[in-house]
Design a protein around this ligand. Structure first.
Ligand code: HEM
Length: 411
């Protein structure tokens, strides 16, 4: 059996047909797979069974904070050092921690500060506004009969929502797509160290200006709330504040863009499911869960072993990277019946698209609502929606996120 490499996790083939790749993974007969190298970050362990992925994500011995990890004794260099672009990103996060890069108690503190804005109750209150944004986006293209579903709909919808929550002016939002996309493509490319630095600098400068603006003119938005928490007490440092805003901007749109894009591709490839959803919109909540399972954007999550751990007879040493395949767990036949089928009526759907444990996606209620509104509106308003290119011609960003570059459709 051909050995799996880190590059396979970002290849267009994997993005187009994950099941083929998954069969290669499971065909190796090892529940814990050893990768020689993961994008220059050194060797890594990979788990892909649902049961193992859940166990690792809930195990406090597997941590996020790279600052606590000394390089394994016989590896002189820190993981990531070989890849200048990865190294740059890591360095930035060391200086600019946020909830996704740290462990308790820092994680608990940083997550608590941001969590009020993301409760299901608060998020449900946004439904009319999200619907209005979705309708306006389709109004703008309706007459054309064609669009790039990513640029014209899937991107502007979540970026508008998160920007309004954060109090970011509408005129600034297009930059984020460019910066996020540059980061996405450059971070796995060793030659693009300068791009990573430049984009992080631009983002940092932008958020610094935004924070100054909110200090001078506080509003009723999440950024102003966090600035106030920083200024009134000693609850988060200036760098943590900056990085939290950065995380909310990036996590708050890039993933949902791809839920909408991948979800529509999956529905177009399963016309009977698409018909069913169109005829019965009460299925939207379960359809969103199934699309997250079947075509979720975040395919991998990573942790580090904080101590030596033995798992499935393998010795994982302190400091080593442990990857979990969320996409793999989501098609594990030991957990899901008929996992290769897209079934929007699936009832038991304990997918891991939002991860598990303490880092479970904070924005999940928002992503679910945006998904419901997006799919519901597209299906109702565009009854003749279809791909403008053959599915094999769809292209993906070079990233471990399942992320389409564009999605030409006719309607
Ligand atoms: C379909 C859309 C989305 C998917 C698939 C998704 C997926 C994920 C995953 C897998 C993680 C955890 C990664 C890990 O365990 O290492 C995560 C964390 C996070 N997500 Fe999302 N996300 C989505 C949308 C959003 C949105 C709309 C927001 C809004 C701001 C958001 C904010 C966050 C934050 C703040 C974290 C860090 C939580 C923590 O560390 O405690 N996400 N997301």
């Amino acid at each position: 059996m051909e050995k799996i490499t880190g590059g396979d996790f970002a290849s267009p083939e994997t993005m187009r047909d994950f099941i083929v790749f998954y069969k290669r993974l499971t065909g190796q007969q090892e529940p814990l797979y050893r990768l020689d190298d993961f994008f220059g970050m050194g060797g890594a362990w990979l788990a892909f069974r649902h049961e193992d992925v859940v166990a690792i994500l809930k195990d406090p011995r597997f941590i996020k904070d790279i600052r606590k990890i000394a390089p394994p004794q016989d590896q002189g260099e820190e993981p990531g050092q070989k890849y200048a672009s990865v190294s740059k990103l890591r360095q930035w996060f060391k200086e600019m921690p946020n909830m996704l890069t740290v462990d308790p108690p820092d994680h608990t503190r940083l997550r608590r500060l941001a969590s009020k804005a993301f409760t299901p109750h608060t998020i449900e209150g946004l439904r009319p506004r999200i619907q209005q944004i979705a309708d306006e986006l389709l109004d703008a293209v309706q007459e054309r009969g064609r669009m790039d579903l990513i640029a014209d709909f899937a991107y502007p919808l979540p970026i508008t929502v998160i920007s309004e929550m954060l109090g970011i002016p509408a005129a600034d939002r297009d930059q984020f797509r460019e910066w996020t996309r540059e980061l996405l493509n450059a971070s796995l490319d060793p030659k693009q160290e300068d791009t990573v630095s430049e984009v992080l600098d631009k983002f940092t400068e932008y958020i610094k200006t935004l924070l100054a603006e909110k200090r001078a003119h506080p509003g009723n938005d999440v950024t102003s709330g966090l600035v106030q928490a920083h200024d009134e007490g000693d609850q988060l440092s200036e760098n943590e504040l900056l990085s939290t805003i950065w995380l909310l901007i990036v996590a708050g749109h890039e993933t949902t863009v791809n839920l909408i894009g991948n979800g529509i591709v999956a529905l177009l490839q399963h016309p009977e499911q698409m018909r069913l959803l169109r005829s019965d919109p009460s299925l939207l909540p379960s359809a969103v869960e199934e699309l997250l399972r079947y075509a979720g954007p975040v395919m991998i999550a990573s942790r580090f072993a904080s101590e030596d751990v033995t798992l499935h007879g393998k010795d994982i040493r302190k400091g080593e990277m442990v990857l979990v395949s969320l996409a793999g767990a989501n098609v594990d036949p030991h957990h899901f019946s008929n996992p290769e089928a897209l079934d929007i009526t699936r009832e038991e759907n304990e997918h891991l698209a939002f991860s598990k444990g303490i880092h479970l996606c904070l924005g999940a209620p928002l992503a679910r609502l945006e998904g419901q509104v997006a799919f519901g509106t597209l299906l109702q308003r565009l009854p003749h929606l279809r791909l403008a290119v053959a599915p094999e011609q769809l292209t993906y960003n070079r990233s471990t996120l399942r992320s389409l570059t564009d999605l030409p459709v006719l309607f």
